[in-house]
Design a protein around this ligand. Structure first.
Ligand code: AMP
Length: 470
């Protein structure tokens, strides 16, 4: 019998071996406190955020409690989103590498026939979203009579999303002697009620906010508009010279960024799903062995990427959900090394930062684009980004060097701008007249006219200057 820190807490040897293959070295705090209790068969109510190793925690309990593979569902994990269901299913499949249990995801928004076909082939563990699971049950395609362990993952979010009735219907259809494990980042009243109604004397476990797997990764975000992301990136690459993986939302964006980096003589390689496998493997090898320091990737292509010395993860495009965020930043800060994760966030995306902080319990600190060294020129230059400067109504504030002393009042200045910059009247908002300069609000669509057309002009022999007020 292999002795390890995992088998020490009761995790079956075959599962511990799979964890070893996944590069895990020791159990996380929640795994240490919850697995031994879960393995006794007791119901559990755990407060744990994403990033604490909660999937590995209930996964160990499931694999320790269910029978050898039978190809009928013995355990079901309910999750709020399709992404989480897929991710849980992937992690469970990895953990079952040596036990041979089959885990499949079931979720809405995709063909039900394909999922039924997969179910018919046989599965021991299901990771599914409540709506689709219930649908499968009412079609008699999914039989839960042999379920031994049920997990409600991110229970608070499932309640927020209005899944309560589906969850209750599903729980009622399961054997009453099953074990129930509930995971939730927060413990609102609705979640507590669910636990009283559907669990037997659950053991409460909570893991403090800072006990996350990702504690060697510092997380920052930089507020930057779309048009200046490549400028911000070039500053980071020039100043910190990191070994970096840069994530973009789409393959097209990956290609565009690679082209731009090429143009400025950075040595970078792309990796995305459209590339042939052989090419992808070559790129990964070059990156792993240090011939290339910059990798630009989509999420799909970066699945399972395990390179230990990545110093920076850069979210060139902010991911839309917290699971993707965690997965991305988990590529750095590995094997005991410190890592940095930086996200480029546009004005409309700032709310995501706060949402991710809340869901992971981790801090994402605001940071500025690093300063260039004195006297050195930026490789990629900053441009004016009217989108980023605009308020929620699309209005941008411009400072213009004309005011009372030049004989202007509000009406006069507005007419002057309309005529000379050829801007429509309705695109001009508030005007504050000062003595030698004024601030004028203009819709972002006319931003370029303000900064180019007007500045070609002179007034009373004085050259007109226009600057965006940030
Ligand atoms: P989770 O809280 O389940 O979302 O897990 C966050 C990340 O930590 C995932 O990428 C897991 O694969 C990883 N993880 C879970 N347990 C461990 C462990 N004991 N050691 C290292 N990584 C782990």
């Amino acid at each position: 019998m292999m002795i390890s820190k995992f088998t020490d807490i009761g995790i079956p040897e075959e599962v511990a071996r799979a964890m070893d293959d996944m590069g895990w070295e020791e159990p996380t705090p929640i795994q240490v406190s919850a697995v031994p209790i879960g393995l006794t068969g007791r119901d559990m109510f755990a407060q744990a955020q994403t990033g604490t190793g909660k999937t590995g925690c209930y996964g160990s309990i499931i694999l320790g409690k269910i029978d050898v593979p039978q190809k009928v569902p013995q355990s079901i994990i309910l999750a709020p989103t399709r992404e989480l269901a897929v991710q849980v299913s992937e992690e469970m499949s990895k953990l079952s590498k040596y036990t041979g249990h089959v885990c499949i995801p079931i979720y809405g928004g995709a063909s039900i026939e394909g999922q039924i076909k997969q179910l018919k082939k046989g599965a021991d563990i299901i990771a599914g979203t409540p709506g689709r699971v219930k649908d499968m049950m009412s079609r008699k395609e999914l039989n839960l009579s042999a379920i031994k362990v049920v997990v409600l993952d991110e229970a608070d979010r499932m309640l927020d999303m209005g899944f309560i009735e589906d969850i209750e219907d599903i729980l009622r259809m399961m054997p009453s002697n099953r074990q129930t494990l509930l995971m939730s980042a927060t413990m609102p009243e609705g979640v507590k009620r669910l636990s009283y109604d559907y669990m037997r004397d659950p053991k409460e476990i909570s893991v403090s906010r800072d006990e996350v797997v990702l504690d060697l990764t510092k997380q920052y975000y930089i507020s930057v508009g779309r048009r200046n992301k490549s400028w911000a990136l070039s500053r980071i690459l020039d100043i910190d010279q990191p070994k970096a993986i840069i994530f973009c939302q789409t393959k097209r964006m990956v290609d565009m960024l690679i082209e731009r980096l090429d143009q400025y003589k950075y040595v970078a390689e792309a990796i995305h799903g459209d590339m042939p496998q052989s090419k992808r493997e070559k790129v990964l090898r070059d990156f792993k062995e240090g011939r290339v320091q910059i990798l630009v990737a989509t999420d799909v292509a970066a699945r399972g990427l395990d390179v230990d010395d990545i110093s920076y993860v850069i979210n060139y495009d902010m991911p839309e959900d917290v699971e993707t965020y965690i997965h991305r930043i988990g590529r750095t800060g590995r094997a005991g090394k410190e890592g940095t994760a930086v996200s480029f966030v546009t004005a409309e995306e700032e709310h995501l930062v706060h949402e991710f902080e809340l869901r992971t319990g981790m801090e994402i600190t605001k940071r500025e684009v690093p300063d260039a060294e004195e006297g050195s020129k930026d490789t990629i230059r900053m441009v004016v980004d009217f989108d980023q400067a605009a308020d929620v109504f699309g209005m941008v504030k411009f400072e213009i060097n004309l005011g009372k002393k030049d004989g202007f009042g509000k009406v006069g200045l507005s007419e002057f701008i309309i005529r000379n910059a050829r801007i429509r009247e309705y695109s001009i908002g508030n005007i504050e007249i000062g003595s030698t300069s004024s601030v004028v609000e203009v819709h972002k669509d006319f931003g370029r006219k303000m900064t180019s057309d007007l500045t070609k002009m002179k007034f009373d022999g004085k050259r007109i200057t226009v600057n965006v007020v940030q």
